[in-house]
Each structure stands twice: as C-alpha cells, then as structure tokens.
Design a protein around this ligand. Structure first.
Ligand code: GDD
Ligand code: MG
Length: 354
C-alpha cells in the first residue's frame, strides 16, 4: 500500500530573512520552483501522492501557492495550528487524517534520499519508527544518532555538545512511523518530537536507515540556500529540474545578446534579458523578467523575477529579491541578500559580506 506523507512546514525561517520576511520558507524559489515543490515531486516520484501539510506561520501564501497539490502530482490535505505546536505537536494535530503507517518529513530539507528503500527496511525490521540517517562533517546543529549493529537506535541527542559527538550520523528529517507513536504525544500543547519522543522510543522499536550516497541539505542559511541552487543546477541533487535543463541554460523567450556568456549550469529564464559582454556564471539564475546590464559578471548569484542588475556590476554569492536593483559598477562578495523591491545602496562600491 502506498505510504502517506506528512510534512512539517510550520517553522519561521528567520535565518533566511529578508527573503522570508515576505514569504514563508516553502515558497522561497529554488531555481525555477518554490522550495516545497522539491519535496512534493520527490515523494510523488516514490509513488507517494497522499500528502498532509502541517503549517501555521504565513499559511495563506502557502495555500495560494500549493493549493490542492495537483500541479505537483500530489493531493494535499491542509492542517493549521492555532499556535506553533512544535514538531510532534504539529503531527498530533493531523491525527484524524493519518493511516496506520506514514512518512513524516521536515519541510526544510533538499534531498534525493531513497524513500522506497527506507520504507522497505522499516517493514523488514518491524520497527515502530525508522529514522533516515546521513553522515555530516559537523553534527552539532542536528539530531545525533548512535546505532547498534542491528540498526536499532542506541541513543538520540538533539543538538549535542561537542564532547558528546562520537558518530557522524544525524537524523535527516525523514521518519517512517507506525500510528501508535501518536499515543506518545500529549495533545493541546507544544511538543518536540526530537526531545520528547525519540529519546523515549530508544530501545522500544526505534531504528535507523543510513542513506550513504544521497544528497542532503537543510536549507536554513543564505550560504546553504545559494549552495542548494548551485547543486540543483549542476545535478548534484537528483530533481525534476534536471529534465527541464536538458534543453540548455537559456529558456525559450529569454533575450541573450550574442556577445554575452552563459555557463551550462546556469538558468536564464523566460522573459529575461542579458546584455552584451555580461557573464552568467555557474550556479546563477536570472529569473523571469530580470535584466542583466552590459559587462555585468554574476557567479553563484540568484536574481528573483524582475530584479535588475545594471552594467559592470560584479556579483558573487548574491541573492536579489523580486524587482530589486543593483546599481551600475557595484561589486558584491556575499553571501548577501537584498529584499524584494529594494535598491542596493552602494552604487559603484564594493561590498564584502562580514
Ligand atoms: N507544523 C509545525 N509546527 N512545523 C514546525 C514547527 C511547529 O511548531 N516547528 C518546526 N517545524 C518544522 C520546520 O518548518 C522544519 O521543516 C522542521 O519542522 C524542523 O524544524 P527546524 O526548526 O528546522 O529544526 P532543526 O533544523 O533545528 O532540527 C531538525 O532537523 C534536523 C535535520 O535538518 C531536527 O529534526 C533534527 O533532529 C534534525 O537533525
Ligand atoms: Mg531545519
């Protein structure tokens, strides 16, 4: 039976401001589609099309963007929290919609982990919960997981202290769960699944499944946002965007001067214009209706729809909000984000992110 999917999208996304000042994180564009579209298309590609979204913060904009989910090949049921209930409290609110077994996902992760294999492992072991695990260089910002030889979880430590780190495996924010786990979550208050549920399930049916070769990234900071866009464009992560980019980096309907250069792992969207001598480098997106002036050089930079970069600007690791403007001759070495409708106040100057 296909497994139902619950996605937690109730976080505030504060570290991605100012992009998340005007839109919830799931709506933030990554290359050519909103961030949450990657999760929806990923689960749909694993045959999982029944999706419950648990949300609170700025949910109107999400409902407008994702609607009934049909545009992404899924069917969405919406669950709204009266106030942030935490990762387990949000799930508890969805209880009436849930089947006997379901997949719970953190909504702020870009990944191509093999969910089908993880569900199969969960069924084989007879677990009550199976956590997706990935190795990372620095586990301190995540949930650290110690495994026994039979893949049962020996210990779970959320945001460990440096002296507690003795493995590189972290919880990747994808969990296969049996419905009875919901009985461990008290209703009506804020509950953290990481701090109140996983530790109590250790030794009582909690298993891990290691995804060794998958791409995985928690998109929380400007740096990681820029990296994620570059990784989608280069194909480091498997997404539906790759199929679209087979047609080349310049979309039909974009006007690119023959004396401009566009890297193969960039995207120049429909309705945008790139002037003579401009360089659209690797990991760069020129959004719909955006304009790049003569001799401007862009590396790993993202122009959201309608942004304007004037001539001779040099931008690296830069994100321009919708309809924002970068004056002529400005040099930026980011990571730096400029808000929707703002003008970068540094005509002809050099800015280096601190
Ligand atoms: N509905 C709802 N309500 N969702 C919430 C709430 C809430 O009150 N609080 C957080 N979320 C959502 C966030 O939007 C995000 O998608 C997910 O739950 C995880 O919350 P984060 O705040 O991003 O947690 P984290 O990144 O510090 O840590 C979590 O993710 C790591 C992997 O990225 C933990 O699950 C760690 O154990 C894990 O390693
Ligand atoms: Mg997170």
């Amino acid at each position: 039976m296909p497994v139902q999917v619950v996605i937690l999208v109730g976080g505030k996304g504060t570290r991605l401001r100012p992009l998340t000042a005007t839109r919830p994180k799931p709506n933030v564009p990554i290359v050519d589609r909103p961030f949450l579209a990657y999760a929806l298309e990923w689960v749909a590609d694993h045959g999982m099309t029944d999706v419950v979204l648990c949300c609170g913060f700025k949910s109107d904009a999400m409902v407008e963007e994702f609607g009934d989910g049909s545009r992404f090949g899924v069917s969405i049921t919406w669950v709204f929290e009266p106030e942030p209930r935490g990762t387990a409290g949000g799930l508890k609110m969805a209880e009436e919609h849930l089947d006997d077994r379901f997949l719970l996902l953190n909504g702020d992760v870009l990944t191509d982990m093999d969910l089908t294999a993880q569900v199969a492992a969960h069924e084989r072991s007879g677990a009550r919960g199976t956590l997706a695990l990935v190795p990372v260089a620095d586990p301190s910002a995540y949930g650290l997981v110690r495994l026994n030889d039979d893949s049962s979880v020996a210990g779970f430590l959320e945001k460990p202290e440096p002296d507690e780190i003795d493995t590189d495996l972290i919880s990747a924010g994808a969990y296969v769960l049996e419905r009875d786990v919901l009985d461990m979550i008290p209703p009506g208050r804020e509950v953290s699944i990481e701090r109140e549920v996983w530790p109590r399930l250790v030794g009582d049916g909690l298993f891990g499944f290691v995804h060794r070769d998958a791409y995985w990234m928690d998109i929380g900071t400007p740096e990681r946002y820029i990296q994620a866009v570059a990784d989608v464009l280069s194909g480091a992560v498997e997404t539906r965007v790759l199929r679209r980019l087979r047609g080349g980096p310049v979309a039909p309907g974009a006007v690119v001067d023959p004396a401009a250069t566009v890297a193969p792992d960039a995207l120049v969207e429909e309705g945008s214009r790139v002037a003579a001598g401009a360089v659209i480098g690797s990991g760069t997106v020129v959004g719909a209706g955006a304009i790049v002036g003569a001799n401007a050089v862009l590396e790993r930079s993202i122009l959201l729809p309608g942004a304007i970069v004037e001539s001779d600007a040099r931008l690296r690791d830069f994100v321009a909000g919708e309809r924002s403007r970068v004056p002529a001759g400005t040099t930026v070495t980011g990571p730096l984000l400029v808000a929707d409708d703002e003008t970068l106040a540094a005509a002809g100057e050099s800015l280096v992110a601190g």
